[in-house]
Design a protein around this ligand. Structure first.
Ligand SMILES: [Mn+2]
Length: 331
């Protein structure tokens, strides 16, 4: 990345000289993507700009509390394309926000702000900082780089950015919970981020169905390979029993890694059209490598993959074979 101050100055120049903005994060927006989209939208509107904020295809229930969400066009592209400036957040390539080419190509200025390790510099202005915990951390630094005007986040903007920080760091437990991430979080709290609401909605709210499904999942948890591998299989029937969908399994795969000795945890889900697998590692094993073998990807500690041409039993066995090899070679 070029000099940080320089790219922030170029982003501010793009903000000040632009009039009509299009802003989007990545598809299936997470807290960071949506939080940053909302904070930037609010900031630009305060500066008198016209903004079309876009997110697709849908917003998760746990993010519906975010202030300003009514301004976002969910899954709905603009009828008229006349934007001079486009800001893509959290998009490691220009397709990550969906098929936006007819908006990106005519834009005078395309701004790309991201923190992913492998990220293309596809914008006219790029700020890619893989050392940042989240795009929210970068956006806060952008406010700080506003110079003499000293433009700071409003309490609502602070709430949106804090949501990006807290979710991308897993509540400040992952290795990206750096001193800088905590400094930014502290500043956002001082600026009025509503952390009690964020914590309540994102971390202490689950539906009856989700809790029943969690119960079924824990009951079905199996330990294999010297108790280093935990496997949970949820079948179509398990989902039908509770009227649950495969999307209602958030957090389940992390549960077994609380057991001392478990190095890898897998949640194997039989979905209507595919088998999907979530993997977690306590730290010694790199589960992204396992996921890659099956055409998926992710991070060392959290990864996943989907298979459409194998049965539940075939996927379970093939995965176990790979995992057995991996855990055998640990330590
Ligand atoms: Mn992020």
């Amino acid at each position: 990345m070029e000099n940080k101050d320089e790219s922030f100055a170029r982003i501010w120049h793009a903000i000040k000289s632009g009039k009509k903005f299009f802003i989007a994060g990545h598809l299936n927006p997470d807290g960071d993507s949506l939080g940053c989209t909302l904070a930037m939208t609010s900031l630009l509107e305060r500066l008198g700009k016209t903004v079309y904020a876009y997110a697709a295809p849908a917003i998760g229930n746990d993010l519906k509390f975010l202030p300003g969400l009514q301004k976002v066009h969910v899954g709905e592209l603009p009828a008229k394309v006349d934007f001079d400036t486009v800001i893509l957040l959290e998009c490691s390539d220009r397709q990550r926000g969906g098929d936006l080419e007819n908006i990106l190509i005519p834009a005078k200025t395309l701004v790309n702000i991201d923190h992913h390790l492998v990220s293309d510099a596809y914008g006219h202005v790029n700020h890619i900082d893989s050392g940042a915990s989240s795009t929210a951390e970068i956006i806060f630094q952008l406010y700080e780089a506003s110079g003499e005007e000293n433009i700071l986040p409003t309490p609502d903007e602070a709430t949106c950015l804090y949501t990006g920080l807290v979710t991308d760091t897993g509540r400040f437990v992952h290795s990206n919970a750096t001193a800088e991430a905590l400094r930014v979080a502290s500043a956002l709290v001082a600026l009025g981020a509503d952390i009690s609401q964020i914590n309540q909605v994102i971390y202490f709210t689950k539906s009856y169905i989700e809790l029943k499904l969690l119960g079924r999942a824990l009951e079905k948890m199996e330990m294999r390979f010297d108790n280093k591998y935990s496997q949970i299989i949820l079948t179509k029937r398990d989902f039908e029993t509770f009227g649950a969908t495969p999307a209602q399994t958030q957090g389940i795969v992390s549960q077994p890694t609380m057991i001392p000795g478990v190095e890898i945890s897998a949640l194997i889900k039989e979905e209507p059209d595919k088998i999907s697998v979530n993997l977690r590692s306590r730290g010694a094993a790199d589960v992204s490598r396992i996921a890659q073998i099956f055409g998926g990807g992710g991070h060392a500690r959290a990864a996943g993959f989907k298979v459409t041409d194998k049965t539940l039993a075939e996927v379970t066995d093939a995965l176990a074979e790979v995992v057995q090899d991996v855990v055998k070679n640990l330590h």
